[in-house]
Design a protein around this ligand. Structure first.
Ligand SMILES: [Zn+2]
Length: 310
């Protein structure tokens, strides 16, 4: 319980830690492995949660962590299987989910939503995040284009079949403009990326197409449309359920409605942000006022919804 609480605070504070160029490659021991199924693992540390799906003839990796973490990630995967990594799927454009791509062999297939592929060409700093001065400006350009997506999808894509099948879905804007939902149907599990990073005030990355008005609707569409899933790998938190996802959709919808109503009543962004309180019914949610970073995120999100509301 205590550990969960500490983890919650940590996640709330640093869902997107400031990127720094790794001076020295982090040790693979810094990556923690959670075995979800016989052939599905969550690898934590060094950025967003990575899913490792061991298939008949190879391995699919979902998200590849911060700059400098690709090699330690590969080393850790070697401890789990000796099958080659054949595919990378990036859930969205953020540096803590895509940067390790450049350390994988050039033969690996890389798949993203079409908007994420466009965002990855530019690698703009996310809303509210100030990159460290030594962070890569565009890690893919600096690596001669290595690590960029080779295949994209628009609404839906099926890769492989039977026990190996992966289904990719897109339900609209939220955290960014290109949040992919990655389903492993044979394992009744999916990776949601940062559109569901955990039970917290979401990072709405307006710079990369994110939307505070749409995120609740997109989450609800996903919760309704995706069938046969019991376990959700979140972007930065613990494994959650479909009921958690449905609740998170409502949480985000209610947030947008509260901002919209307050705007209609003539309140300004500062007044709306300082009046907003986490509704008591949302148990286990990170307190938006627990840290200055969270308070700032709350204000950013009020501003984003305010600007989107006509
Ligand atoms: Zn993100």
């Amino acid at each position: 319980m205590k550990r969960e609480l500490a983890l919650g605070i940590l996640i709330a504070a640093g869902t997107l830690a400031i990127a720094t160029r790794a001076q020295q490659a982090p040790a693979p021991t810094a990556i923690e492995v959670e075995k979800l199924k016989e052939n599905l693992f969550v690898l934590r540390g060094g950025g967003g949660n990575t899913a490792v799906f061991v298939q008949t003839d190879g391995v699919t990796v979902v998200d590849t962590k911060n700059p400098g973490w690709g090699q330690p990630l590969l080393t850790k995967i070697r401890e789990l299987t000796n099958k080659p990594v054949t595919t990378i799927i990036n859930t969205h454009t953020h540096f803590d989910h895509v940067s390790g791509n450049v350390d994988f062999p050039a033969t690996v297939d890389i798949v993203t939503h079409e908007n994420t592929a466009k965002n990855m060409e530019l690698m703009r700093s996310p809303t509210g995040i100030t990159p460290a001065p030594d962070a890569p400006k565009n890690i893919f350009k600096e690596n001669g284009g290595k690590g960029m997506p080779k295949k994209t999808f628009k609404d839906k894509m099926k890769i492989g079949k039977g026990a190996d099948e992966i289904d990719l879905f897109y339900f609209g804007r939220g955290h960014t403009s290109g949040d992919a939902w990655v389903v492993f149907p044979a394992l009744r599990t999916m990776h949601a990326g940062d559109i569901f990073s955990g039970k917290n005030i979401p990072l709405l990355d307006a710079v990369n197409g994110g939307s505070g008005v749409e995120i609740g609707k997109t989450l609800a569409k996903a919760a309704k449309s995706i069938k046969g899933v019991d376990s959700i790998i979140t972007g930065h938190s613990t494994v959650m359920t479909m009921a958690d996802l449905t609740e998170y959709a409502t949480f985000n919808d209610e947030f947008a409605a509260a901002v919209r109503d307050a705007k209609k009543a003539g309140k300004n962004v500062d007044a709306i942000a300082s009046a907003w309180k986490l509704p008591a019914k949302y148990k286990g949610y990170a307190d938006p006022l627990a840290t200055p970073a969270n308070t700032q995120r709350l204000k950013n999100n009020v501003q984003i919804v305010y600007d989107e509301t006509k």
